[in-house]
Design a protein. Structure first.
Length: 510
């Protein structure tokens, strides 16, 4: 049966390949109107066409791209300022880079949790008037009959203006009309401070602060979004009690973002505005980013997140400014990690997650391959043991005690080989107890400096050093760069060098 099906598919593919098709282009679509920058041509079509799509889409494009002559012509042709755009169409207006976009505005207004199973297509919409990004656009809409239905609609307009707007006067006008700054305009909206820090222009952040937004406002991930599952393997990624400074370090400045220079500079400009307004540069929050099990890093500072970066790249200018503004480079989170130890941590977590997925697939293959049970069982154990070794290497990067790690990983291997009967991890946990850290004798005075490094992958960063001797300095540089670049094969070697030169496996000279 299977060969026949394959042959049939090949015949169908060959037949389709031989057919000539003529692609059709919808000149009235959002994408087509946005790519056509000849406004005079589109305006002439608006005067002679009775296409509702042309009118409504021309208004949306004219407002979003701030082509107000086009928007004015669309309104004169009968476009409605309160027409809603479905989520599926908004991607046609997506800009390059990591800045504000209609889809991000839609997600901000209504981000349904995975637990909602109902049809959400009628709720994930954006009214066209929310695309007004400057005061002139709002005035144009008001002249053509825009009215806000109630207080909620007015507040929602201010929420949108602060996230995607480019003119502080727009926010001022909405406030003068009675709009209020609200954390969430709808029950399932994203917190306003998070969206401003992630995407807004610095000028709009400045307007929000002037209008009463707390520079130390706290916000958390929605509980329904705290666990993402793919094929039954848990992946945890959420924040608790974050501030806007925590979010700025997560703006994408990687090579994959064509607007990375602009976005990186805006993150620094926004940080300056927040600090000037009284933001706590050493605010503590909780970050969870882990695979397989939920692991919370409490006491995470904005500097921790700046070193964490996005897509393997950190914003060095932001790190430098935070240090200049008083960020503590020696602040440790609840896992004992310094800020600079965060570099590459996202990538390590993703690697761990990929390995857990591979192990899950292997276990499933073992259950279905009864004829090769012994071979599959051996390979599954080997994969599990490899996974334990990887987890041990990642944990070592956070400064965990190597002896404790050896006992825990060894116990895990025993459990894998005995199908859990050995109780190795349980015994290791009982044997692993907190131990007092001996203080090293006082030596030469401490010296401090910032050392810049570049990983083979291209990731760049800087590490604050604090040492007493030149030997410890050299070991500390090697240790920091090895862990920041995730050079797993050198972990043990640099820890031994730190122990020898500094008296501690993590190069913390006392």
């Amino acid at each position: 049966m299977r060969p026949l099906l394959t042959f049939t598919l090949l015949l169908a593919t060959a037949w389709l390949a031989g057919c000539e098709t003529t692609p059709t282009v919808n000149r009235d679509s959002l994408r087509a109107l946005r790519s056509n920058t000849n406004d005079a041509q589109v305006i002439e079509r608006l005067r002679t066409s009775d296409s509702a799509d042309l009118r409504d889409n021309a208004l949306a494009v004219g407002l979003w791209d701030q082509r107000l002559d086009l928007a004015r012509a669309a309104l004169a042709a009968g476009a409605g300022p309160r027409r809603v755009l479905p989520y599926q169409q908004l991607a046609q207006l997506r800009p390059a880079g990591d800045g504000p976009s209609p889809t991000r505005l839609a997600d901000a207004l209504f981000l349904p949790p995975p637990t909602l199973r109902e049809d959400l297509s009628q709720r994930r919409v954006v009214p066209t008037h929310l695309f007004a990004r400057n005061l002139a656009a709002l005035n144009l809409l008001l002249e053509h009959g825009l009215k806000f239905a109630d207080q909620d609609a007015l507040d929602e307009s201010l929420y949108a203006a602060l996230i995607v707007g480019q003119d502080p006067a727009l926010a001022d006008r909405l406030v003068a009309m009675g709009a209020r700054i609200r954390l969430r305009p709808r029950p399932l909206s994203e917190p306003l401070p998070r969206m401003i820090a992630a995407f807004a222009e610095p000028a709009m952040l400045q307007a929000a602060l002037r209008l009463g937004l707390d520079p130390n406002a706290r916000f958390s991930s929605d509980p329904d979004w705290r666990l993402s599952r793919t094929k039954d393997v848990p992946y945890y990624a959420y924040q608790v009690d974050y501030t806007m400074l925590h979010i700025l370090g997560l703006r994408d400045t990687s090579p994959g973002n064509p607007a990375r220079e602009r976005d990186g500079a805006q993150a620094v400009a926004s940080a300056r505005l927040l600090v000037a307004a009284g933001a706590d540069v050493n605010a503590r929050a909780t970050r969870v980013l882990s695979a397989g099990r939920e692991f919370a890093r409490h006491d995470t500072t904005p500097l921790h997140n700046a070193y964490l970066g996005q897509n393997g790249t950190v914003n060095q200018a932001l790190i430098d400014y935070l240090l200049e503004a008083g960020a503590d480079p020696t602040a440790r989170n609840s896992a004992g990690e310094l800020p600079q130890q965060m570099t590459g941590q996202s990538e390590r977590t993703q690697q761990e997650y990929a390995q857990l997925l591979a192990q899950r697939e292997q276990r499933q293959a073992q259950r279905t391959a009864a004829s090769s049970e012994s071979d599959s069982g051996f390979f599954g154990r080997a994969m599990a043991i490899a996974g334990l070794a990887t987890v041990g290497g990642i944990a070592a990067g956070s400064g965990a005690d190597p002896g404790q790690l050896a006992r825990i990983v060894g116990g895990g291997v025993a459990d894998v080989l005995s199908d859990g009967r050995a109780g190795g991890i349980a015994q290791a946990q009982q044997q692993t107890a907190p131990r007092a850290v001996a203080q090293a004798p006082t030596g030469p005075a401490f010296q401090t400096e910032n050392h810049r490094f570049t990983c083979p992958s291209g990731v760049q960063g800087s590490v604050p050093l604090r040492y007493r001797t030149p030997q410890c300095r050299a070991a500390m540089i090697d240790f920091a760069q090895t862990y920041a670049c995730n050079a797993v094969e050198r972990f043990e070697r640099v820890r031994q060098a730190c122990q020898s030169a500094c008296g501690a496996p993590t190069c913390e000279q006392r």
